[in-house]
Design a protein around this ligand. Sequence first.
Ligand code: CAA
Length: 285
Amino acid sequence: MEDALTKIGVVGAGQMGHGIAQVAATSGFSVLLNDRDEQALTAAGNAIEASLDKLVSKDRLKASQRDGALENLEMTTDLGDFADCDLVIEAIVENEEIKLDLFTRLDAITADDTILASNTSSISITRLAASTQRPDRFIGIHFMNPVPIMKLVEVIEGLATSEATTHAARSLIEQMGKTAVFASDSPGFLVNRILMPMINEAVFALHEGIATAEDIDAAMKLGTNQPMGPLTLADFIGLDTCLAILEVLHDNIGDPKYRPCPLLRNYVAAGWLGRKTGRGFYNYG
Ligand code: CAA
């Protein structure tokens, strides 16, 4: 039922996936959060509770809404449980092959009228949709991190996405209290087409010794009123994710201006992926 979504499935319990699950559950949807790793689901449950408590303590949410959200949320390690979801949104690693494999499986598991959506930051929605038998019921719904706080959601139609699917996605986003912008199915869509070259340039500035990490961030924070400097933001997003998005821009657009900075590649090779590994451009204890 493309115009009456009630049950939402979320695949991937990482930073984005659990944030999407939290906001959907707070907005009254029945939510099933999946990860193949049991520990990731436990961590996601704890993060959601902490975030809801924070929102209650800041008077942004009533205690009854927090309790309602937790009641609306279920967790599973079994993708088979997604059979009766109205919409399933994928928020797994930014890797095209792994996403294609997941969507082929979801296509087989879910009902014919289930909408499949991807939270990909950069990968072609048309290509992902082509791995299913329902490219008309496939769409990009790209949330920003941290999902409970950020207002924006990018919507990306694939070549075959139907009007009914777009309408359902728009209603979902409105019900979640977010603002939708529409971007064409072009590498990096809108936000990352602009954001990632800025982050990459900040890494080049560090690589070339133009300034220290602290001064690069202070310059952009205090000089352009950004809430976080670009290197802090890169650590927050994850340096592996930033590199993956830049690779998509570089490979698919072909313009050398998107070449990932060698220093970014080295950080990723070293496993210094930002906050999630305790070290990126900064140390996180
Ligand atoms: N759950 C609930 N509340 C949260 C939260 C969460 N997960 N994260 C932050 N908050 C709340 C805090 O409680 C705080 O509330 P008050 O304003 O009521 O005090 C508020 O958000 C601000 O948080 P902090 O005081 O801890 O820290 P801050 O002022 O530095 O804000 C931030 C944190 C909201 C993350 C802010 O730094 C920010 O907006 N940074 C930029 C984030 C950004 O650009 N995100 C997009 C990344 S790009 C992306 O996601 C797309 C992609 O494909 C890569």
